[in-house]
Design a protein around this ligand. Structure first.
Ligand code: IVH
Length: 671
């Protein structure tokens, strides 16, 4: 860059540089410099122009927001009408379009320019001697509104055409839109400032462009893509695709998603490919547009009424539709989670008929304030589960009520619990609730719980569906006659199953606690609980505070335990299990000493200890409220090493974990 010898030259240089960077940023999508550097150039130009107003030019990048607020928009007659496009919703309509085109052109295969159909607002931009003079909305196609002052604020729109020989006159047509990411960001700031939210990027773009004060438009992140011209003499250009290339050279952003394709297969492949990427595109589209690529052939086909015969829009199924909420059901999942589900008046959206939509959880319903009777906007994009986007409040009938989640499980009438910092509310009757039956039985019978061999998924499925088994206690009432009713159940396997059930009666308190399937109570917590309480009666009677004296039991576990044992349905099942003969040794309660150096610490054992057997050492640790782990990690407090230790020893050295020999280990138990 030459050193400027005068202020005027420096201003000119800055303008040229800024325009060049705009071009790289918006048109080529390849910025040359970081944003901060761009801002610096921009500020330098601003300061220079402020000090020397005589050097300001109307096309200076600083002059995008020039005009003051207006009282209205003047009408603009379009030199050539801004027409609409005929729509095709099905492949057949596209096939018919291609057939008509081929017949009219007497051609076997036709070349088409395929482009996304932007879901924004059509605008026309007039350039005289290379300078933007008028920008207008589409209006009714013949007369639009003069929004020049607002369009000038959109940085993707050049105020002056690039290149040394701009055409004397040019009208560019394209779409103003808001990128999805910018829309999300705008809505976040709007809501942070207590301003209204926009429904979608299209509405946000429309609302921003129709501001009477261009300063407001300037503050909105609007984008622009050119897709054609209005009644231009193309000179040497023969194809629409060349027109788009030329527009790029003149400084207009043209989407990179465009493609030249041939024949009906080319059209439909393009449609599929864009359809699959629709969600990932940075902007919303509502279909694709096919245009005969050859400009002379476009002329041959011409127009019919208000739409060209040489082009067609192939639409995607609408992703959003409005419908009524006829009810809000609450479903109970396999783990007891309560999920509100909107029952909707059937509506065709995203290519399918939607009759219900998950509302996720209570907070979500409250946040969107969805009520029975409301008209809501439903969205189904791609293969995504249908979703209620928002309520159309203007259509809310009188006397609706806010949604509240029931306090009792809709499946079994048991109490519903929700942790303070959890979004999900759950039915507490894990052992009893029909919705949770299969899950509860499978867990109860699993190997590390009651270990009932042969009671797998298929069998549980049948036993529950036929109404033979409801709760785990019913397993102990099964007999040959009952099992004979099942499919593919030979006498021999029925006998084996009954034997396995019988055998499971002899168990341990730890296994029994684990088998109850209390939320957040895993195998090792069950073992700790068994050791500390020694009996199921004492465990069931413990309050949350007492429970939390057990190592690793925090408020979350204590809360779900308390909820589980508070539910009479669960207690009844436990009573039945014990009455059926399930038994385990009970021990005296053990009060853990939280001051013990072992309490809450994690140990790893390696090698052979001189006196203590591995089992005995583990037992000692657990009895004092310590934990035993099989591998060394940063969470390990002590590694107890005997003769011929393994790689755990090396790992302990590496991580700097305290290594104890047997004597040092035993010392920990002396107090
Ligand atoms: S060409 C003579 N190309 O669709 C046809 N239009 O129904 C001129 N649109 O409001 C239109 N993306 O704003 C064309 N790639 C695209 C388009 C596109 C969106 C809009 C256009 C107009 C409507 C026509």
């Amino acid at each position: 860059m030459a050193v400027p010898h005068s202020i005027a030259a420096r201003a000119k240089q800055l303008r040229a540089d800024i325009e060049q960077h705009n071009y790289h940023y918006y048109v080529l999508d390849r910025p040359l410099i970081p944003d901060a550097e761009y801002d610096r150039l921009f500020r330098e130009l601003q300061e220079l122009e402020q000090k020397h107003p005589q050097f300001v030019t109307p096309d200076s990048p600083t002059q995008r927001v020039g005009a003051a607020a207006q009282t209205g928009f003047a009408p603009v007659a379009h030199a050539t009408a801004m027409l609409s496009l005929n729509n095709a919703f099905e492949d057949e309509a596209v096939v018919a379009f291609d057939r008509r085109v081929r017949e009219a052109l007497e051609s076997e295969r036709v070349e088409y320019a395929a482009e996304p159909k932007f879901d924004g607002l059509a605008v026309s931009l007039a350039y005289e001697q290379g300078v933007l003079t008028t920008g207008a909305t589409r209006g009714d196609g013949y007369t639009g509104e003069d929004v020049t002052a607002n369009l000038r604020t959109i940085r993707a729109i050049p105020l002056r055409l690039r290149g040394p020989h701009p055409p004397a006159w040019l009208e560019v047509r394209g779409e103003v839109l808001m990128l999805k990411a910018d829309f999300e960001r705008l809505n976040r700031t709007q809501s942070a400032q207590g301003e209204r939210q926009f429904a979608n990027p299209r509405n946000a773009a429309a609302g921003s462009l129709r501001q009477l004060d261009p300063r407001i438009t300037a503050a909105r992140p609007l984008a622009f893509f050119a897709y054609g011209t209005g009644g231009t003499d193309y000179g040497k250009l023969r194809r629409h695709s060349q027109v788009l290339d030329w527009l790029t050279e003149l400084g207009f952003p043209v989407t990179a998603e465009r493609e030249v394709v041939t024949g009906i297969a080319g059209l439909l492949n393009y449609y599929r490919a864009i359809g699959e990427r629709r969600e990932q595109l940075p902007f919303d589209i509502d279909g694709v547009v096919y245009k005969i690529n050859d400009l002379a052939a476009q002329n041959t086909l011409g127009f019919v009424s208000r739409a060209p015969r040489f082009a067609i829009a192939h639409k995607f199924p609408a992703e959003e539709a409005a419908t009524a909420v006829e009810g809000i059901d609450v479903q109970v999942g396999r783990t007891g989670a309560l999920t509100p589900v909107a029952r909707l008046r059937p509506v065709f959206v995203g290519g399918v008929t939607v009759t219900n939509a998950t509302l996720h959880n209570e907070d979500e319903v409250q946040r969107k304030d969805i009520r029975v009777g409301d008209t809501v906007v439903v969205r189904r994009a791609g293969d995504v589960i249908p979703e209620v986007v928002r309520v159309i409040e203007a259509r809310r009938p009188p006397h609706t009520r806010r949604f509240v989640l029931p306090a009792r499980c809709p499946e079994c009438g048991s109490a519903v619990h929700r942790l303070a910092d959890e979004a999900i509310a759950r039915c507490t009757a894990g052992l009893f609730c029909p919705a949770q039956r299969k899950q509860a039985l499978l867990h109860f019978a699993s190997r590390r719980a009651m270990d009932i061999e042969g009671l797998g998924e298929k069998l549980v499925e049948q036993l529950v569906d036929k109404g033979i088994v409801g709760t785990p206690a019913d397993l102990y009432k099964l007999d040959m006659a009952g099992l004979a009713a099942l499919e593919r159940m030979a006498e021999k396997s029925a006998g084996n199953l009954l034997a396995a059930i019988e055998k499971s009666k002899q168990t341990t308190l730890a296994r029994f606690i684990f088998a109850l399937g209390i939320r957040n109570v895993g195998e090792s917590t069950a073992r700790d609980l068994a050791r500390c309480f020694g009996s199921i009666g004492r465990l069931a009677a413990a309050d949350a505070e007492t429970l939390q004296q057990v190592p690793d039991v925090g408020p979350v576990v204590a809360h779900s335990m308390a909820g589980f044992f508070a539910e009479p349905h669960n207690r009844e099942v436990i009573r039945q299990l014990l009455a059926a003969g399930v038994s385990f040794a009970e021990t005296a309660p053990r009060r853990l000493d939280a001051a013990s150096p072992v309490y809450g610490k994690t140990f790893v054992l390696t090698g052979t200890l001189p006196h203590l057997k591995r089992d005995a050492a583990q037992q000692r640790i657990r009895d004092r409220g310590g934990k035993v782990s099989s591998s060394v990690s940063k969470q390990t407090d002590y590694v107890v090493a005997g003769a011929e230790p393994g790689s755990k020893y090396d790992k302990a050295l590496e991580l700097g974990i305290t290594i104890l020999d047997e004597a040092e280990f035993l010392k920990l138990f002396e107090r």
